[in-house]
Design a protein around this ligand. Structure first.
Ligand code: ADP
Ligand code: MG
Length: 255
């Protein structure tokens, strides 16, 4: 067997997911430059994420996880390489164009739930639709918000304010909000970091159920138990992806 990174990735993925490519990164690098310091946060990142995929990214603090997720979510741009979302080359977009693609194609879930305290659960989840360029009407918004609240098991709490809910419930609302505009992919950064283990487990179950129904997920976690719940586990070290111990040795020697 030719044990290249690409073969390893595609053979693993073909067992688990459809072949439509949602996300493709080619030779992505990110260098942060300050007056005195150059930090090579990411190097030679080749990453393909398919429709229905569930990828976890883990690795030690400082290895580049958040930087990779920021670039995946168009919150930051790479210094080298090419990045495609649903076939669109997003590497050289203007800020406005990037924001448009981000709003329509990316759903974010963060460690801190980032809900708006003054708005009801319903209005928090509806927010991305109200800013959507597709301009759905009120009936369409209501239908879609209720669908998404149902998917995360929170349709009985539409009128509550976020601070009337537990942390786990708030994270489920944040997941509904991330889903509502039907993004190409959910990007998830340490979703259980602010939760006790029982609530954390419930949030992970919601993500697993969504993935079983077809939602594409890429999640950063440092918890090996949660990383194992994904269909594919990627490990980052010093800004590079380790595919397997054998490929790792070659990859590191080549850098
Ligand atoms: P992780 O999320 O895995 O802990 P990060 O992606 O946050 O790692 O950081 C990767 C590397 O890039 C680290 O060495 C970090 O110090 C550096 N880094 C991250 N963001 C910046 C920035 N804005 N300016 C300079 N260096 C940064
Ligand atoms: Mg981080």
């Amino acid at each position: 067997m030719t044990n290249t990174a690409n073969n390893t990735e595609s053979s693993t993925a073909s067992n688990t997911v459809k072949n439509t490519i949602k996300i493709q990164m080619k030779n992505i690098a990110k260098v942060f430059e300050t007056e005195e310091l150059e930090t090579h946060a990411l190097q030679d990142i080749d990453l393909t994420i398919y429709a229905g995929d569930y990828v976890s990214i883990s690795g030690p603090s400082g290895c580049g996880k958040s930087t990779l997720l920021s670039i995946l979510g168009l919150l930051d741009m790479p210094t080298d390489g090419e990045y495609f979302i649903e076939g669109i080359n997003v590497t050289s977009l203007s800020l406005d164009e990037a924001a448009e693609i981000r709003n329509s194609k990316i759903g974010f879930i963060f460690q801190s739930f980032n809900l708006i305290d003054e708005l009801s659960v319903f209005d928090n989840v509806a927010l991305p639709l109200r800013y959507s360029s597709k301009k759905p009407n009120d009936a369409q918004i209501t239908k879609r918000v209720n669908e998404c609240l149902e998917m995360v098991g929170m349709s009985h709490r539409t009128s509550h304010k976020p601070n009337q809910l537990s942390g786990g419930q708030q994270q489920r609302i944040a997941i509904a909000r991330a889903l509502v505009a039907d993004p190409a992919i959910l990007l998830v950064d340490e979703p259980t970091g602010n939760l006790d283990s029982k609530s954390g487990d419930m949030v992970m179950e919601v993500l697993e159920e969504l993935n079983n129904k077809g939602t594409t997920i890429c999640m950063v976690t440092h918890d090996p138990r949660y990383a194992d719940m994904a269909k594919r586990q990627l490990k980052l070290l010093d800004g590079a992806i380790l595919q397997s111990p054998k490929v790792t040795g070659n990859a590191r020697a080549a850098v």
